[in-house]
Design a protein around this ligand. Structure first.
Ligand SMILES: [Zn+2]
Ligand SMILES: [Zn+2]
Length: 325
């Protein structure tokens, strides 16, 4: 299922030859691929200059079917995950300082590189990693981005005890469980009127769940915004205490409205999180192997990728959508 025109707002089923792995690549037979909000941004043209045509999908769980001549780290038959960061240069200032997520030449799966909305995908072997065995393929898929980049955002909250999560979808439902596992309190903010999201947040361990324009019962230490809504930045700032951090976790957001300086005063911080490093992947998979995370998924046949994207866009999902070839 491929984006064949920039900003086409839908995918087309196309036939392409099974890709041949290069010397540093593996060929992965896709077993499941999660649907991320970033895919919507690619398909709707919010992100500039995708490769055309491009196969979206960067939450790939699959099995290695062939390996390139230089590959010694992965073996045929091994189950691997393929995330958003598909390649980086390795020699720039960012790559040399553990910031490969910011590499100017980085290439991303399902954006510049073909991703997992397909039967097969090719990935650079050093950007694939094993997935904890206790998760089956469809339940593991959301770990690859919602979990992994969600975890990077979560770590930006430092030692915060009371964490607000704005937008309770695929990422928040995983990160809420990580936070509860680490004995922190989660305050979940959902779209006004979405009672099923309130119940969902409570089910996965939120201390409190309410609407995003409501005050939580306590002042928060930090907040993570997963919804692509800029107006939530001043809203979240107004709910965190002095020195509190507000983390914007998405790749795209509507404009942030102006707000009074007093919301930022007292050393409050607003920051974004961009992409992931391979170290994030290793760290989060170790957490996922140890913590009892339950991912909630809704599966779709690959051919119904457009329906999955529509359900994500229109808020009809509870948890994460996953495509199965
Ligand atoms: Zn993603
Ligand atoms: Zn680089």
């Amino acid at each position: 299922m491929a984006l064949t025109r920039p900003g086409a707002k839908m995918l087309d089923a196309i036939e392409i030859d099974t890709p041949v792995p290069g010397p540093d690549d593996v060929l992965v037979r896709v077993l499941a691929c999660g649907v991320c909000r970033t895919d919507l941004h690619v398909v709707f043209g919010d992100l500039p200059n995708p490769t055309i045509p491009v196969v979206p999908g960067h939450e790939i769980v699959g099995v290695v079917d062939a390996v390139g001549a230089n590959v010694s780290t992965r073996a045929i038959g091994e189950r691997v995950g393929v995330p958003w960061l598909g390649w980086c240069c390795g020699i720039c200032e960012y790559c040399e300082h553990q910031q490969e997520n910011l590499c100017r030449r980085a290439r991303f799966t399902g954006y510049q590189l073909n991703g997992g909305y397909a039967d097969y995908a090719v990935a650079n072997a050093s950007f694939c990693f094993p997935v904890p065995a206790k998760y089956d393929d469809v339940h593991a898929a959301p770990l690859l981005c919602a979990g992994l980049i969600g975890y990077r955002a979560y770590r930006m909250t430092g030692e915060a005890r009371r964490i607000g999560l704005y937008g309770f979808g695929a990422a928040a439902h995983i990160i809420a469980q990580v936070a509860v596992h680490e004995r922190r309190e989660v305050y979940a903010f959902v779209k006004s009127g979405d009672e099923s999201a309130v119940r969902f947040a409570r089910d996965v361990g939120a201390t409190w769940a309410g609407y995003s324009n409501e005050p939580p019962p306590v002042l928060l230490d930090a907040a993570i915004i997963f919804a692509p809504v800029g107006a939530l930045v001043p809203e979240a700032l107004s709910r965190v205490g002095p020195a509190g951090t507000v983390v914007c976790a998405g790749i795209h957001m509507s404009d942030i409205p102006s707000f009074p300086y007093r919301l930022l005063w007292e050393e409050r911080v607003v920051r974004s999180v961009a992409n992931l490093t391979r170290q994030d992947a290793h760290d989060f998979m170790a957490v996922a192997a140890e913590a009892p995370l339950r991912t909630h998924v809704q599966t779709y046949p690959l051919a119904e990728a457009n329906r999955a994207l529509g359900d994500l866009r229109d808020g009809r999902l509870s948890g994460a959508a996953v495509l199965v070839p």
